[in-house]
Design a protein around this ligand. Structure first.
Ligand SMILES: [Fe+2]
Length: 252
């Protein structure tokens, strides 16, 4: 037998186990050898890449000047628990963070919690509040970039059943400050602290659940974290290493 005529081509990498992990646990991490040859092609196996708030398909998550006092992606501040883009109908199905350089200061984790499990927990511990969630739409507002005038605004249920799966929406910034991307003025006063409204109670319970149950993921250099944004709540821990550099993608 001769091996003549066999031509080397782009190595085929099976991502079956990553798809399984994503559907079983809600998130997965791809190693560089699983996508290095083709980031966008690999992402496409999970879903089409769609434009983000600024119209771009790739968004830099790294420190930019001007956001020092804001819980914004391009600051180094922590960002409270949320699902991405709750003002979209539907919000992106999957989110991906490709890590070029991770923070080395001990911060910069992406925390993840299963939002469906939060609702199951609520059913057991506060059935009345769980019912309120099914009965009451909530207003979500998003300024594309803090300080800009343009806003997206929708009224949506916290859990929306669809043919493709249930969509869960949660936003610490929205519940507290009335905007997914709050301005400095918005941050002056919380609508949750000292309130006894059902939404304030849900916000506080959700935050406590997140703090207790989240898995903090520090994406290693070169790796890519992908999670189900209809199911998982995510947050970012504060960091101080200005070299942290990631690219964010939204998948439909
Ligand atoms: Fe986010």
């Amino acid at each position: 037998m001769s091996d003549q005529g066999i031509v080397a081509s782009t190595p085929f990498v099976s991502l079956g186990h990553r798809h399984e992990e994503l559907s079983a646990r809600g998130w997965t991490v791809l190693t560089p050898d699983e996508f290095a040859y083709d980031v966008l092609g690999t992402l496409h196996e999970f879903g089409p890449v769609i434009p983000q708030f600024n119209g771009q398909t790739a968004f830099a998550i790294t420190r930019k000047p001007g956001y020092e006092d804001l819980p914004y992606s391009q600051s180094m501040n922590g960002i409270g628990p949320h699902t991405e883009a709750p003002v979209y109908g539907p919000p992106p199905r999957y989110l991906a963070l490709h890590c070029h350089q991770q923070a080395t200061c001990g911060g910069g984790h992406t925390g993840l919690v299963d939002g469906y499990q939060l609702l199951t927990y609520l059913e057991r511990t506060d059935p009345e509040l769980r019912e309120w969630i099914d009965d009451t739409p909530v207003e979500f507002v998003a300024t594309a970039k803090p300080g800009e005038a343009a806003q997206r605004r929708v009224k949506e249920y916290i859990l929306t059943p669809t043919e493709d799966g249930d969509i869960f929406r949660f936003s610490y910034n929205q519940f507290h400050y009335g905007d997914v991307n709050p301005s400095k003025e918005d941050l002056q006063q919380s609508k949750v602290t000292n309130s006894t409204s059902p939404l304030a109670r849900f916000a506080m319970l959700g935050e406590a659940y997140f703090v207790q149950h989240n898995t903090p993921v520090l994406i290693p250099d070169g790796c890519m974290l992908i999670w189900d944004n209809w199911r998982m709540i995510h947050a970012r821990s504060r960091y101080t290493d200005p070299a942290r550099n990631l690219t964010r993608y939204w998948l439909a």
